[in-house]
Design a protein around this ligand. Structure first.
Ligand SMILES: *[C@@H]1O[C@H](CO)[C@@H](O)[C@H](O)[C@H]1NC(C)=O
Length: 283
């Protein structure tokens, strides 16, 4: 393939070329090689064979390397074919995976293409935690979580929080959780205020029914209680969420119910007042 280059680097090939022109070269290397060809000097012949093998190996490595180099250059320069696009797509995927890995190890060495980790505002965090707790009864906030700090999104979100669509998915999750649970209560089972709040809601015969989580009965109560105080800006439980908006204190809820305002905002959030009453009357 690129024999001239090899010749310029290896004395043996040079000898071959020179040999055709000047068979009686005074070059001491040539004299040595010529001597090696002499069958009466087996030691020198062994050296000669070793030299040939070395040259062949060097040439092979050189040719293989230059071939792979030139083919990769050709690939980049040629018009994008479907194969090239596939190669490019694979490369991009690999790069993004590498970026994910390096991010996963917490090493952000100033790479501009690495997406910053997803951050949730407190409304999104409240939605994420509520969605997590409401979706499965066995979902528990792990005890290593510091309730004073924003929760690590992957702990409570079931999609790739580092993916390119993470922001959209968060928006969809927030919408979805309050659509499924328009009336959400974080209560304390052993508390008169919670009992009164549940009673007010029960008398509204809501459809869908309120989602009620008795925080003090949960094994993650010690983390969840301060976390909810932070996320709902409420000094205590129970706290009522209507369409994801916290309404704190039973007194406030009672007032809103008396004025009919509570029914309005609950209806606007998507829960039907008296919706479950008619069903009960029919029975
Ligand atoms: C629900 O039913 C109660 C009593 O049956 C009634 O007073 C109230 O107006 C109803 N509310 C709505 C929003 O339909």
């Amino acid at each position: 393939m690129s024999l001239p280059r090899i010749n310029s680097r290896t004395p043996l090939h040079q000898f071959n070329n020179d040999d055709k022109q000047r068979p009686m070269s005074p070059n001491p290397h040539v004299a040595y090689i010529l001597g090696a060809l002499n069958p009466r000097k087996p030691k020198q012949r062994t050296t000669f064979v070793a030299l040939i093998i070395l040259v062949c190996l060097t040439s092979y490595i050189f040719i293989a390397h230059s071939a792979s180099l030139s083919s990769s250059i050709a690939l980049r320069r040629s018009e994008p074919s479907s194969a090239d696009q596939l190669a490019l797509a694979l490369e991009t995927m690999q790069n993004s995976r590498l970026a994910d890995i390096s991010k996963g190890h917490g090493s952000r060495k100033g790479h501009k293409h690495i997406r910053p980790p997803l951050r949730l505002d407190s409304a999104q965090e409240l939605a994420a935690v509520s969605s997590f707790l409401a979706s499965l009864p066995q979902n528990v906030i792990p005890h290593h979580v510091d309730p004073a700090l924003p929760v690590d999104p992957p702990l409570v979100l079931d999609f790739d929080t580092r993916g390119p669509r993470a922001r959209e998915e968060v928006r969809a999750m927030v919408e979805d959780v309050w659509l499924r649970n328009p009336v959400f209560v974080y209560s304390k089972h052993y508390s008169p205020a919670s009992r009164e709040l549940k009673s007010i809601l029960s008398n509204l015969y809501l459809l869908p029914a309120p989602t009620i989580i008795d925080v003090d009965l949960r094994e993650d109560a010690d983390i969840l209680t301060p976390m909810l105080k932070r996320l709902t800006s409420s000094p205590d439980l129970p706290v009522l969420l209507v369409g994801g908006k916290p309404i704190y204190s039973v007194e406030k809820v009672r007032e809103l119910e008396k004025s009919g305002e509570l029914q309005k905002i609950i209806t606007a959030a998507g829960s039907l007042v008296n919706g479950s009453k008619r069903k009960k009357n029919r029975k």
